[in-house]
Design a protein around this ligand. Structure first.
Ligand code: ADP
Ligand code: ZN
Ligand code: ZN
Length: 745
């Protein structure tokens, strides 16, 4: 006879990193499962929902209270997801509750989203309706509606009826009042794609390289042996058809009745990307991202939960789509830093995808034109399998020509370096003349970087953060890009009163202003987080760009990725030096290389050969040189040698511990207290940097200190740090660990 569990371990939504034991009442014993939500008594006379994470035979605690009931308002989570959450809590040093909470979108977790309903209309019994029509031929509108209704045996909604008949809603209401029509409320799903027509696409005949990649994936999908690696790195140059490989791999997984998750960085989760999946798989796709309303997100998630869709496409959090028979997880642009979440749990979705794949026996495909140094290293050492797409799907569409322009040679007599080289201006002018389009990229928004006074040396700083403010011309404001504080820009120096106050540096807004002067009559649009405040604006600009209503698109990294516009034949990088040397960011070379390659990849995707121009004052920098030569492996070899020498990732893991608070002295005191507690857990060979002021010392009025640990044996340390954090009583000083941090900052 099967024995039923007596004790359930549950997590309440409390952030204590602690589970609680409850007794299982006999009447629930056969129905409870790990991952289910139950209601438990907690505190004086209070009831709370809680998730079951394990069952036990005995408990160290006496006199356990009983679980009250199964909770109907909260969906159950698959067992495997609960285990994934627990692993994340351990690896990323956060409370287990925080990790488990993160598995569910807020809209599902809080149980506040109600099912959406719609009114459906039916004719009353056929005879009386027919009688009415015959007896009242002059009530034309009413008769038209009734006749239409008689044709809808399953009922119809008002939109459809009114559209078909052209009659007003008031008439429909009167018929309901006359009892000739009756109504019923029916549940409907919110559909983010309502009204969007998407043309279906068929699988394309794969190129030779695509076929080889697909064969590798298919073999791994169906005949993977125990212990064989379950990750394929798909390294394909921009425009080589990685997405087509994803689509055909998903089709294979679906044929076997299994499911697939596709992760894309939030920034490239454009309608264009989503459409490609919808076009191939129709309504078997659910989309999960932050642009949806709460209701839509709830319904999209429910489609996965109830098994009605087989594919989930989305940003980071789509990784937790509650599938139960997962075959495939695809991480597109796997190198993208936005896969790292900046609040707890501070996970990297790419890495967690690899872990979920292992847990659930699913294949993981990591795709990129510029793989992260870590992933490519794993492929080179045989930990991952490697598939390569070295050519664009149509080999006659060559990679664009890239020219590096040394801006130091463009300086005028006074030594001032202009924004644009003569070559850049000429290239753009040429495209306008030929009716082709240009993209100008600058990794910095705003009009000018900072406001300073040459007379007294004053620089406008954020009062709450230790960073300079950025000037925005359109609304004459200074704003802080760290804490979002905004204030009016002064007209004279607030310190010495000098009217000579100046703006230094360039931002996208300034580029736009100057370009509008240089190219009178050209149609110019700007895309950055200042102008694209709503997703609909983004779609609008992209759609008019596609229609050729814009000659020049200026933007930040928002335009670097994923855009596929065949008529773009020129890409200009205004200042490649921004981001090249960021102190403390050991990935700055890698990121620059990736960004330049991605941006360059927007040129010449149609039939016309593309041209890219990179403006820089450091023309011999390796990341610029290798990007210009389309030489990923050359870049990788140079970078990996450096990392090996310094013991940086992937040769060691990097963990930062951040401390912050209003009182700098208290923060430092607590930091040292924590260091004392964990020192014994530091494995030999681990590099340690004691708590020191962070690069940006103060943000939003809080002082920040950081300690750093780097090495290949951090497990014991991780546990010690987590314990020390959760053992603290007062939390005047905030402390958190960041495992596999992106940079030293
Ligand atoms: P990537 O994702 O690698 O940047 P895409 O998947 O966007 O590349 O492919 C670029 C273009 O090539 C798309 O317009 C796509 O439809 C087309 N394409 C890809 N593979 C093929 C193929 N085998 N045959 C024809 N066209 C293809
Ligand atoms: Zn001054
Ligand atoms: Zn600030």
């Amino acid at each position: 006879m099967k024995s039923f569990p007596k004790i359930a371990r549950v997590l309440l939504d409390l952030s204590l990193d602690k589970s609680f034991d409850y007794a299982v009442p006999p009447e629930l014993a056969s129905s409870l499962r790990v991952g289910m939500c139950v209601i438990v008594p907690f505190g004086k006379g209070k009831e709370r929902p809680a998730y079951i994470v394990a069952f036990a035979e005995s408990s160290p605690y006496p006199n356990l209270k009983y679980i009250l009931s199964a909770c109907s308002g909260h969906p159950a989570l698959p067992d495997a997801l609960i285990r994934l959450g627990e692993w994340m809590a351990d690896y990323y040093c956060c409370a287990r509750e925080t990790a488990v909470r993160n598995l569910l979108p807020g809209a599902v977790r809080n149980g506040k989203v109600k099912q959406k309903t719609k009114t459906w209309y039916f004719p009353a019994d056929r005879d009386s309706v027919t009688d009415y029509i015959i007896q009242n031929p002059r009530a034309k509108s009413k008769c038209a509606l009734l006749k239409a209704l008689l044709l809808h045996t399953g009922g119809a909604d008002s939109e459809q009826l009114l559209r078909e008949t052209g009659v007003s809603a008031g008439i429909l209401r009167r018929l309901v009042a006359d009892k000739l029509v009756f109504t019923e409320q029916r549940g409907v799903e919110r559909d983010p794609f309502a009204g969007v027509e998407i043309l279906r696409t068929e699988a394309k005949e794969p190129t030779e390289e695509q076929a080889a990649a697909l064969k590798l994936i298919s073999d791994k999908l169906h005949h993977r042996k125990d212990g064989e690696n379950h990750v394929v790195l798909l390294h394909g140059v921009t425009g080589s058809g990685k997405t087509e490989v994803y689509l055909q791999s998903i089709a294979e997984a679906l044929e076997k009745g299994r499911e697939a998750i596709v992760l894309v960085p939030e920034i490239s989760l454009t309608p264009q990307t989503v459409e490609r999946f919808r076009a191939r798989f129709g309504d078997r796709v659910s989309v999960l991202h932050s642009g949806l309303s709460d209701g839509e997100r709830h319904d999209e998630w429910m489609k996965v939960y109830s098994g009605r869709v087989k594919i989930a496409v989305g940003a980071r959090s789509a990784l937790f789509a509650p599938f139960r028979n997962l075959a495939l997880i695809i991480v597109d642009e796997e190198h993208d830093s936005s896969y790292k979440q900046s609040e707890a749990p501070r996970y990297n979705a790419r890495d967690v995808a690899v872990f979920r794949g292992k847990l659930e026996n699913a294949l993981v495909i990591l795709g990129s034109a510029t793989p992260s140094v870590e992933s490519f290293h794993n492929a080179k050492t045989g930990k991952y399998a490697l598939a390569k797409l070295t050519q664009r799907h149509d080999p006659s569409i060559l990679m664009p020509d890239v020219t590096v322009v040394d801006m130091r040679l463009e300086a005028d007599d006074t030594g001032r370096i202009p924004f644009f080289s003569k070559a850049l201006v000429q290239s753009v002018r040429e495209r306008i003349r030929k009716g082709e389009q240009s993209i100008l990229f600058l990794n910095r928004r705003g009009f000018a970087r900072q406001l300073s006074c040459p007379a007294c040396g004053y620089i406008a700083m954020c009062p709450e953060c230790s960073v300079a403010l950025t000037y925005h011309r359109r609304n004459q404001t200074l704003s802080c890009h760290f804490c979002a504080a905004t204030m009016p820009a002064p007209e004279v120096c607030p310190v010495c009163g000098s009217p000579e106050i100046r703006y230094q540096g360039t931002g996208t807004e300034r580029v736009e202003a100057v370009f509008t002067e240089v190219f009178k009559g050209a149609r110019i649009a700007r895309m950055d987080s200042d102008t694209m405040t709503r997703p609909s604006l983004y779609e609008k600009v992209l759609s008019s760009f596609r229609k050729g209503e814009i000659d020049i698109l200026i933007g930040t990294q928002m335009i670097a990725k994923g855009l596929d516009f065949p008529n773009v034949t020129f890409v200009g990088v205004i200042n490649a030096d921004l981001g090249l040397y960021i102190p403390g960011d050991f990935r700055s070379q890698e990121h620059s290389f990736q960004l330049l390659t991605q941006v360059a990849g927007r040129a010449g995707r149609g039939g016309i050969h593309g041209e890219v121009l990179i403006q820089t004052c450091a023309p011999f920098n390796p990341s610029i040189q290798y990007a210009a030569a389309h030489d990923y492996e050359g870049f990788f070899e140079e970078e990996i040698a450096l990392r090996r020498e310094l013991g940086y990732p992937p040769f060691g893991h990097l963990m930062l511990v951040h401390f912050k608070g209003k009182d700098a002295e208290k923060v430092l005191l607590e930091a040292h207290a924590l260091m004392d507690r964990i020192r014994g857990a530091i494995a030999p060979g681990t590099k340690v940097a004691e708590p020191a002021p962070a690069t940006v010392e103060r943000i939003a009025g809080k002082y920040r200190f950081t300690a750093l640990f780097m090495g290949d044996k951090l497990a014991g340390l991780r546990r010690a740090v987590k314990q020390a954090i959760y053992a603290r009583k007062r939390a005047e000083v905030e402390i958190h660990a960041d495992m596999d941090a992106i940079s030293f900052l």
